[in-house]
Design a protein around this ligand. Structure first.
Ligand code: DC
Length: 212
């Protein structure tokens, strides 16, 4: 039986993770957050003291990696790892490596009826033939405000202008890179997440029920 695939792409801090979690739970699908894979890889290079600009060293090292954790954790969510992940995501070798991991994950989970996969190039490159493609849009100030509040609420120190600057920098890097840049995938529905979560989910739920 062919598996159901819903792709959710969008910029940093656009709420993809929360939306993907909600949708996968509601429709009994498995959630795959591809950003975690870029972050885990970034964390590995970072802790092994490999420079994110040293593409040759990264290419060499990647051949020796045979497993990457799919687990989320606080240590891969720092600003430093976010920046590192966005940088190594510009290298085609890194992208091929992570794309294969995603296909293997879907193929090996035989009993699962479908997946919600979120990231930057999921509907445009990784799962081009998905049943439903969504692109989440939120303006950068709203994203920065939400991220700021999240950090403050969790007891961390945070400076709003710094967060806004980081978000803009990552947008630039993710959208302007040569390999698989962040774009609205062909056939994707563009969803605004500038309003409330409830409004966004209502719109997405209608699309899921119409398209699956
Ligand atoms: O979604 P995230 O913030 O956890 O992703 C971290 C970085 O990983 C992001 O800035 C760019 C990269 N990434 C990517 O290039 N392609 C994906 N499908 C997912 C993430």
């Amino acid at each position: 039986m062919k598996k159901i695939i819903i792709t959710i792409d969008g910029p940093a801090a656009s709420g993809k993770e929360k939306i993907s979690k909600y949708i996968s739970k509601k429709y009994k699908l498995k959630h795959l957050d591809s950003g975690i894979l870029y972050r885990q890889l970034a964390f590995y290079f970072f802790t092994n003291k490999i420079d994110s600009d040293d593409v040759n060293q990264i290419k060499k090292k990647i051949l020796k990696i045979n497993q990457i954790s799919f687990r989320n954790s606080k240590k891969i969510r720092t600003q430093e790892i976010s920046r590192f992940a966005s940088k190594i995501a510009t290298y085609d070798t890194v992208r091929y490596f992570i794309n294969k991991l995603q296909h293997d994950f879907v193929n090996k989970n035989k009993k699962i009826r479908g997946f919600v996969v979120d990231g930057r190039d999921i509907g445009s490159v990784v799962f081009k033939n998905a049943n439903l493609k969504l692109y989440i849009e939120v303006n950068s100030e709203i994203r920065a405000k939400r991220r700021y509040k999240q950090l403050i609420d969790s007891g961390e120190k945070s400076i709003y202008p710094k967060i806004l600057k980081e978000i803009k920098l990552r947008d630039k890097q993710d959208k302007l890179r040569k390999h698989s840049p962040l774009i609205v995938p062909k056939g994707a529905f563009v969803i605004s997440n500038n309003g409330t979560f409830k409004e966004t989910i209502e719109e997405i739920t209608k699309l899921v029920e119409k398209n699956l």
